[in-house]
Design a binder for this molecule. Structure first.
Ligand code: AVI
Length: 336
């Protein structure tokens, strides 16, 4: 789905470069993506490159901001509806989390689910995320959790799941990570998940909803300036890893609500006319004052729109729980 299809971006949480020392293949990927996407009109970069070690740390901090409500809303819904979700799992079933982060969401679900045992498969490209999740999950008293980690892309991790397991499987794709895919990319990815499942298995999907523009702009251009730092870190990363010469003081962060496309666009705006070199990508270009580099799309859904996107990929909606105040939905689908 990437890097050569503009805006068919993989979820931010599957970023290959979240590891402290990126393998050479990832550096090659970064160089190729910078060369390709920075020459597009408009200039752009895939959002997965936001997540090096510093970027992941900044994102974790963003989740604590009062204006960014996704994480807290989702944790609340998981705690409140864990027993119902647990029925889907039954005892001895398996739960697969795509992009496990620090493990707190799965821990919230399982500790409240009222099931004696479960097999958890954690899929993440970040070894540190996997390690943090294992630590979180092994520290909880109940249920009895068997843990298998998959240091892999979502796609490879799903393919590596042992097939034909008699127990039900619940795939959890949380945090509105689906929002960082464009609509065709989201459908293609949901199809991949479906292909890894048996009929009657489940998908638990966390999705941020359309809400007033003012709330969206506060979430993606917060008054503390954390999201601005998170965005500008991408320029710093290119300077450090690709021998680029972006002058960070000559760029500003901007978040725009694109109502027609139903997405927040995160941009880096050139404050003046300037020349930029990305030496390792053999790239040299000029930016005019006000010209932008598009670094992330975060699609927001209407609650019924979630069903409309997911059901054609081979699932039927079973339950939906909404935090009305935060504008966030947790939806349980069953594979047909
Ligand atoms: C990871 N992803 C779901 C976040 C989002 O809301 O799109 C990334 C993010 N970008 C800016 N703030 C948070």
């Amino acid at each position: 789905m990437h890097p050569h299809a503009p805006f068919t971006q993989s979820s931010a949480r599957d970023a290959a470069d979240r590891q402290p020392s990126a393998p050479r293949a990832d550096r090659h990927d970064f160089i190729e993506a910078a060369r390709f996407y920075l020459q597009q009109a408009p200039r752009q970069l895939p959002s997965r490159f936001l997540y090096n070690t510093l970027g992941s740390t900044l994102f974790d901090a963003i989740c604590h901001l009062p204006w960014y409500r996704i994480t807290r809303a989702e944790l609340g819904l998981l705690a409140r509806h864990a027993v119902t979700i647990g029925h889907a799992l039954s005892s001895g079933g398996r739960v697969v989390e795509l992009g496990c982060g620090n493990g707190e969401k799965l821990a919230m679900l399982l500790t409240n689910a009222d099931i004696p045992q479960v097999h958890a498969h954690l899929i993440d490209l970040s070894e540190s995320a996997l390690a943090r999740s294992v630590e979180t999950l092994t520290s909880i008293a109940s249920p009895d959790i068997r843990i298998t980690t998959h240091h892999a892309t979502y796609e490879d991790g799903l393919l590596a799941l042992p097939a034909g397991d008699a127990q039900p499987t619940v795939v959890a794709f949380l945090g509105s990570n689906i929002g960082n895919f464009d609509p065709p990319g989201a459908s293609a990815f949901l199809g991949l998940i479906r292909a890894a499942l048996q009929p009657r298995d489940y998908l638990l999907l966390g999705v941020d909803l359309v809400k007033p523009e003012r709330d969206l702009l506060l979430a993606y251009d917060d008054p503390l300036g954390l999201t601005a730092v998170f965005n500008k870190n991408l320029l710093l990363r290119m300077n450090v890893e690709l021998n680029a010469d972006f002058d960070l003081a000559r760029f500003a962060h901007r978040a725009v609500w694109n109502r027609e496309a139903s997405r927040i666009e995160m941009l880096l705006v050139s404050l003046e006319a300037q020349e930029v070199h990305v030496a390792d990508a053999d790239l040299h270009f000029t930016l005019e004052a006000g010209q932008t580099i598009w670094t992330e799309s975060s699609y927001k859904y209407e609650r019924d729109g979630i069903r409309e996107v997911v059901e054609p990929t081979g699932f039927s909606q079973r339950s939906q729980w909404v935090d009305e105040d935060a504008g966030f939905a947790l939806t349980l689908f069953q594979a047909r």
